[in-house]
Design a protein around this ligand. Structure first.
Ligand code: NG1
Length: 448
């Protein structure tokens, strides 16, 4: 068992006993993609794969981290609210993200720790291994220091904390990692974080299949990912300038509260009036937002490193991003209601609609994910869609328990043994392919 191996490695590395063992699971998102940072809900569930950590308190403020996987070398740093980051992509940045945020909250009285990490979540697969590492690090530091923190507060802190690595994402991953429950999906609402457990329909499972295309948010996908929140911020700036009579929106999720859509016959007429073009240059977006291009860049388009985001060659696709976010929010509500009344068929249909919107409007799918999703549907899944940030990673499908094996076999044959060798012979085909039910959230075990 991985926990035993982990504590053995801890002992041989640090020549002492660990005092706490932590498990922080990955997740799949069932529906509600790229809605979290816009202030709209999501519906993820924890999966039975996790980041594990064994830890002990140190007398000083040093955090000494090891990983059972040799590609992640040992690192050491001090607990502090501003820890200098390692090179982009370095695994220690996720641990630093958690430690820096906790040091900011609890002060430098927090002592350091020795930690050994391990885990079995496939990385860069959209299964949230990075947030699981952030959460595991936070739980370890709190546990060894004997500090109690409510999971909802911790989830909010870690969502902010993870921005340390440069993503401008939302709070879904950290929250479901901490708040997941066996047999239940978790509906999350944001700003401020609220959660509701939604019992997963009896007799159904989720099939998770990796497209084998890596979506590492430290590489090109980071630029692609961060462009989406930026386009949504531009939409907000334009809406605020267009309706000077409203209290300005902080994010698209404030729209229902300001009753903006009530002024229009339909979502389309709202989009036609505000965003008639498919794409916008920086100059046009600035004009519509009542800003100079320089101000627009400064206010909405900076990276964490203080560098302006590049203007996309095909312009800012604000109209379709807004259409995705607003329709996806409605699909999350309808999915929760469908699940509550046991209507798996409707839930599957909404998943299919969500995938289409992620692909066409939000531009986050890939030919591989589209292929995988159609194979899953043709094989008998009630619904199938990409999950997580997109640009690669996994697809999820809602399947009847008694059909899971046959669908799995079809996907193996048609995707992994036919499509991939034909289109990407270079790829390692030992990807993630598993059937899951909603699993428990993070746990901390004291060995004292
Ligand atoms: P993943 O799939 O873990 O990269 C990202 C964001 C989420 C959410 C989804 C899209 C982070 C840590 N995660 O998830 O908050 O925006 O994309 O729905 O930024």
């Amino acid at each position: 068992m991985l926990m035993n191996e982990l504590s053995d490695s801890f002992r041989s590395e640090f020549a002492e006993e660990p005092t706490h063992c932590i498990s922080a699971p990955g997740r799949v998102n069932l529906i509600g993609e790229h809605t979290d940072y816009n202030g709209y809900p999501v519906l993820p569930m924890s999966i039975p794969y996790a980041v594990y950590a064994c830890a002990s308190l140190r007398p000083d403020r040093t955090v000494s981290i090891r990983n059972m996987q040799p590609q992640f070398p040992p690192r050491e740093f001090e607990t502090d609210a501003s820890i200098p980051p390692s090179a982009p992509g370095d695994w220690s940045n996720y641990v630093k993200a958690a430690v820096a945020r906790l040091a900011e909250r609890y002060g430098t009285g927090l002592k350091g720790m020795n930690v050994m990490f391990g885990g079995d979540i496939p990385s860069s697969a959209g299964l949230s291994s990075s947030s699981a590492l952030v959460v595991a690090s936070a739980l370890a530091l709190l546990a060894v220091n004997g500090v109690e923190c409510h999971p909802v507060e911790l989830a909010e802190m870690m969502a902010e904390g993870e921005r340390y690595v440069g993503t401008q994402g939302g709070g879904m991953d950290q929250a479901v990692c901490l708040l997941g429950e066996a047999g239940k999906a978790v509906r999350l609402d944001f700003f401020t974080l609220r959660h509701m457990h939604v019992p997963f329909p009896e007799g159904y499972s989720v099939l998770v299949t990796h497209s084998l295309i890596r979506a590492a948010k430290t590489e090109n996908a980071l630029i692609l990912y961060n462009r989406r929140p930026a386009e949504c911020r531009l939409a907000v700036a334009i809406i605020n300038h267009s309706f000077p009579d409203i209290i300005p929106l902080a994010r698209l999720g404030d729209m229902p509260d300001r009753r903006i859509l009530d002024r229009f016959d339909s979502l389309e007429s709202f989009a036609d009036r505000l965003f008639p073009e498919e794409s916008y240059s920086l100059e046009t977006a600035a004009l519509l937002a009542g800003e100079t291009p320089e101000h627009l860049v400064k206010k909405y388009l900076m990276t964490r490193q203080g560098v302006p985001m590049p203007e996309p060659d095909d312009g800012f696709r604000i109209r379709s991003r807004v259409l995705h976010v607003l329709t996806e929010a409605g699909r999350v509500d309808r999915s929760c209601r469908a699940i509550e009344r046991g209507d798996a068929v409707e839930f599957g249909r909404l998943m299919n609609e969500s995938h289409r919107s992620c692909d066409i409007e939000y531009g986050i799918s890939t030919p591989e994910l589209n292929t995988l999703v159609s194979i899953l549907r043709d094989a008998g899944a009630l619904g199938a869609r990409l999950t997580g940030a997109g640009f690669g990673g996994c697809a999820v499908a809602l399947v009847r328990d008694d059909m899971a094996d046959s669908i799995l076999r079809t996907v193996k044959r048609e995707y992994y043994e036919t499509y991939i060798p034909r289109n990407h012979p270079e790829l390692d085909r030992n990807g993630a392919l598993f059937v899951a039910k909603p699993s428990p959230g993070a746990t901390v075990a004291s060995l004292l």
